[in-house]
Design a protein around this ligand. Structure first.
Ligand SMILES: [Zn+2]
Length: 227
């Protein structure tokens, strides 16, 4: 962590009881919108472009036409990465071949793209039909949501589900995830100013510092949450 940024936001814990997974993430926007996006990806409504990795609402099982780097992305109208990797693999091969002809910053940029795409292909080769759906479990509103999220991920690092079709998914219980977020808040000196909400239905109020500070959670701090 090189910078300490003050980003008022929500560190959320989503639970997928059927898949026995939790997702720990942060947003400065609406948590329920974020949950909807996660379920769209998980349930396959949104699919992944083989070329650019964009997540788009599928059109009859295919990636819709879309723009990539200012032009029509060649991944449009093709099967998504969830269903086929042939297009992604030939794109990867073309980029890898291109590397020997490049130098300097151009080479660096293509090298990064090659690495990202190779990783993405690897992820979807192991992709299996996903179970259940995600639900909102717990949200912590805090002044430094980004740092709290990063530190929580470090604390839970060993439980990371590397095979999940998107990031920040952990093989642990909600209470373990909750403890990790609280430990992160505590280590960053933010526990007393954070506000915790369980299964909140309308988390539209996370932008104002006043509301974040309105209810302090020091009363809960010493008690672990649930079994
Ligand atoms: Zn694309």
């Amino acid at each position: 962590m090189s910078q300490f940024r003050y980003l008022h936001g929500a560190v959320y814990i989503f639970e997928n009881a059927k898949a026995q997974r939790v997702k720990v993430g942060m947003t400065i926007n609406n948590v329920v919108d974020r949950l909807g996006h996660v379920n769209d990806m998980w349930l396959g409504r949104k699919v992944t472009c083989q070329i650019c990795g964009g997540r788009l609402v599928n059109h009859a099982g295919h990636v819709p036409q879309h723009r990539g780097s200012g032009r029509g992305c060649p991944g449009g109208n093709a099967l998504p990465l969830e269903r086929d990797t042939a297009l992604a693999e030939s794109h990867l091969e073309n980029m890898t071949n291109l590397l020997s002809e490049l130098s300097g910053s151009e080479k660096g940029s293509v090298t990064r793209k090659v690495r990202t795409l190779a990783k993405r292909i690897g992820l979807y080769r192991q992709y299996e039909r996903t179970a259940g759906a995600w639900q909102l479990s717990t949200v912590f509103y805090t002044a430094c949501a980004e740092q709290v999220e990063l530190l929580s991920h470090e604390i839970l690092a060993e439980r990371l589900d590397k095979d999940a079709p998107f990031g920040e998914v952990f093989c642990c219980s909600v209470s373990e995830a909750t403890e990790a977020v609280k430990t992160a808040l505590s280590q960053l000196g933010l526990l007393d100013s954070a506000r915790k909400e369980l299964n909140c239905e309308s988390p539209t109020d996370l932008s104002t510092g006043a509301r974040v500070r309105r209810t302090r959670m020091s009363g809960h701090a010493s008690k672990p949450v649930g079994p």
